[in-house]
Design a protein. Structure first.
Length: 453
């Protein structure tokens, strides 16, 4: 069985409990045709079978982590109310839950005083952070690594903000010397530091960038959409640990609870260290802000209507699994990193692969050894397809030559990029399943790859 069906009865109990809170009102008979609902829902279930098995440990492709049962149930429960967290009038309880949940995330990063809220995802969260960067440093350039998420180039275009890419080093991190040369121009207002790139999970060298801030004046925005929660775990390499330990020195942080925070899509979060930045959001909406003098979440957000359900699910999950170093949440997160290290150990021992560098989080990339880069890319495509045929679902990534310059000197680079295989070992179950996954993948590789190059 792939899907959890054991917890669904809890939802019935919770809905009945929620309904009792409104027992003083006259009863309303639901206008529901149960037979029609059943027929339509059965059709939906049949259509939804046309998916990759994202919740299964055999799926190690894209960044798709199943929501925790607590998040799934709390989200569904809130839909009987369907709160809107734009204003307290539309989401009274869920707005309070959002403030509490966001404060817990801020605390995880070392902030007590903060400004922040949930968003529809990392893209919207980064949009708000870049918008604030422009408000505080108008006309100045925003820079990010050439391995940072493409959304930064796109969003700065939307906002009409000057943007430059900074070269990466051989481990997919922002190159500090290249950044320093750009900073010398005096045009940079904000440096986007990626705490876990989406291709390789690489961590930009935050401590070195903080040192540059002593000489050059600029804001630091941390795009921790993927990697932010890893601040809680042990077992990171020393460079990653040093970067995570200094996150509180940034000006803004984005993290995606719908990645490693065990939440349904979409749930992003944007945080600012300076609460006074709320002045840039100030506006008046007399037809929505009318029953309370308290701060409405819509007054510190570019988005208007936002699902209170996301806040309810996040709060409930963090209530069950607090964001504490050494806690259950952190231990489960660390399982994925251990699985990634185990996978790399097997790849290296096999001898037929090039692993450009050890993973800093739970993402692994590798390429089949071959005499030419184009042949390696072809073999990656074949492995990807054949592994899927055996139920092992990987991902692909086109990576630049510089990432392989130190570990693959014998290759003939007849193309500028190589297509690699990529695995996101982000489910805690992956560690227990790693031997079985490897055995199946290895049997495919034995058919596709030569014994030795």
């Amino acid at each position: 069985m792939l899907l959890d069906t054991t917890t669904i009865s809890l939802l019935d109990e919770a809905v009945r409990s929620l309904d009792q809170g409104f027992s003083s009102l006259p009863p309303v008979d639901p206008r529901v045709d149960v037979g029609a609902l059943r027929a339509c829902l059965t059709e939906v279930a049949a259509r939804m079978r046309d998916n990759y098995p994202y919740p299964h440990p055999y799926y190690i492709g894209q960044m798709l982590k199943p929501p925790h049962p607590m998040a799934r149930l709390a989200y569904a429960l809130s839909l009987w109310i369907n709160p809107n967290n734009h204003a307290l009038d539309g989401g009274h309880a869920s707005s309070a839950l959002e403030k509490e949940a966001v404060a817990q995330i801020a605390h995880m990063f070392g902030w007590e005083a903060h400004l922040g809220h949930l968003t529809g995802g990392g893209t919207m969260a980064n949009l708000e952070a870049l918008w604030i960067a422009e408000q505080t440093n108008p006309g100045r350039t925003i820079v990010a690594s050439d391995q940072a998420h493409y959304t930064h180039r796109r969003l700065t275009g939307v906002l009409k903000i000057p943007f430059r890419e900074v070269a990466c080093d051989s481990r997919g991190r922002m190159d500090v010397s290249s950044l320093e040369e750009i900073l010398k121009t005096g045009e940079v207002g904000t440096v986007v530091v990626t705490m876990g790139t989406t291709a390789t999970g690489s961590i930009d060298p935050l401590p070195a960038i903080l040192e540059l801030r002593k000489t050059f004046e600029f804001r630091i925005h941390l795009d921790a959409a993927y990697g932010g929660y890893f601040r809680l775990i042990d077992g990171l390499d020393p460079e990653a640990r040093a970067a995570f330990d200094r996150m509180s020195e940034a000006d803004s942080i984005v993290v995606d609870p719908h990645k490693h925070g065990l939440q349904p899509y979409g749930c992003g979060c944007v945080l600012f260290s300076d609460p006074s930045l709320g002045r840039f959001y100030r506006h008046d909406s007399p037809y929505t802000y009318f029953t309370s003098s308290e701060l409405h979440l819509g007054e510190i957000s570019l988005e208007c209507s936002r699902p209170g359900a996301a806040a309810v699910a996040l709060w409930a999950t963090q209530r069950l699994l607090p964001l504490l170093p050494g806690g259950s949440f952190a231990c489960d997160l660390a399982q994925g990193r251990r699985a990634a290290l185990s996978w790399v150990k097997r790849l290296v021992a096999d001898g037929r692969y090039v692993v450009p560098f050890p993973p800093q989080l739970d993402i692994v990339v590798w390429a089949p050894r071959s005499r030419t880069v184009s042949e390696s890319s072809r073999l990656s495509e074949t492995l990807f397809r054949e592994a899927a045929g055996q139920g092992i679902h990987l991902a692909k990534a086109r990576l630049p030559r510089i990432l392989f310059s130190e570990v693959w000197p014998e290759a003939t680079w007849d193309e500028d990029h190589v297509t690699c295989l990529r695995a996101c070992l982000m489910k805690p179950e992956h560690l227990d399943w790693i031997e079985r996954i490897w055995t199946t993948y290895h049997s495919v590789a034995d058919r596709v790859l030569p014994a030795r190059v």
